[in-house]
Design a protein around this ligand. Structure first.
Ligand code: AMP
Length: 283
């Protein structure tokens, strides 16, 4: 495995590589969720590259950026064991030099859900993903369903900008109690950690209610809220039921739930903000 901190050095290497390249963008502090992506990238491509970069442009809040956990040594050991070929781990000054001035905006899809509470977040994501794709020219790039809106935004960008990369979305990896793995989970106190599976229970309540025939979106949202409200440590930012492609809230006109919908949540436990979602096929 070769690790690059210099993007210029990588740029010199890339034209000489042959075969398909699989890209896995991450912010590091790797867990099984990330490793499920790298395994796919290694299995499905001739070469694999993992990007480790805590992207300041997608953090609105400097404190959250500072508090984001990091452990490069451990990350590199995990990737080496996973037979990854290349790691790009550039410093922020290399990714965004002082004269940097290009930003990628995916308009409507960036506005609701995560975009509403974190203005500029998806502009930061789209800009850095566009940069990674330009630099690595991957056949496939791997993302987790865990960040459902991110997948939708990235797919739109790749289609709109006619990028040749295929976006592969991998299932959310969860702990045994249902909590989606996240680098942020280590910041939960033991008490908050015990409370955190409430996100999964709320999403399951939405799934079960739709499976049982409920088609009124407000009723489904209220069911998620009721589960979340029963947990005193959980402070809900949103509990959404939206069209999985347009991200428009279901039922704003008709009250009906149809097609593929995404139930998604953002919930704070003290300082730690967790998100999760499930896709639900409605027949
Ligand atoms: P992050 O380092 O949090 O930016 O995540 C990097 C990639 O890993 C993103 O595509 C995430 O959606 C994905 N990811 C994070 N957590 C999980 C998980 N629990 N299961 C599957 N993919 C995940």
């Amino acid at each position: 495995m070769k690790v690059f901190t210099s993007l210029e050095e990588w740029k010199r290497l890339r034209p000489g590589l042959t075969g398909s390249l699989g890209l896995v963008p991450t912010m590091g502090f790797l867990h099984e969720g990330h490793l499920s992506l790298t395994r796919r990238a290694v299995a499905e491509n001739d070469l694999s590259v993992v990007w480790i970069f805590v992207n300041p442009k997608q953090f609105g809040d400097g404190a959250d950026l500072e508090a984001y956990p990091r452990d490069m040594e451990r990350d590199l050991a995990l990737l080496e064991a996973g037979r990854v070929d290349y790691v790009l781990a550039p410093p922020a000054g290399e990714v965004y030099p002082p004269d940097f001035q290009t930003l990628v905006t995916v308009e409507a899809l960036s506005k609701p859900l995560e975009g509403a509470g974190r203005p500029g977040h998806f502009q930061g994501v789209a800009t850095v993903v566009a940069k990674m794709i330009s630099l690595t020219q991957p056949a496939r790039a791997y993302f987790g369903q865990k960040d459902g809106q991110q997948c939708v935004v990235v797919r739109r960008m790749v289609a709109d900008l006619s990028m040749l990369t295929e976006i592969v979305v991998c299932p959310t990896v969860r702990d045994a109690d249902g909590l989606a793995l996240s680098s942020r989970n280590v910041r939960l106190t033991p008490e908050q950690r015990r409370a955190a599976p409430v996100l999964h229970r709320a999403l399951s309540a939405a799934q079960e209610s739709i499976a049982a025939g409920e088609r009124n979106a407000d009723t489904v949202r209220l069911k998620m809220r009721a589960v979340l409200d029963a947990e005193p440590l959980a402070h809900t930012e949103y509990a959404s039921l939206a069209d999985a492609e347009s991200l428009e809230e279901c039922g704003t006109e008709t009250g009906a739930v149809t097609g593929t919908v995404m139930a998604s949540l953002a919930v704070r436990f003290g300082e730690v903000r967790l998100i999760d979602n499930v896709l639900i096929e409605v027949d």
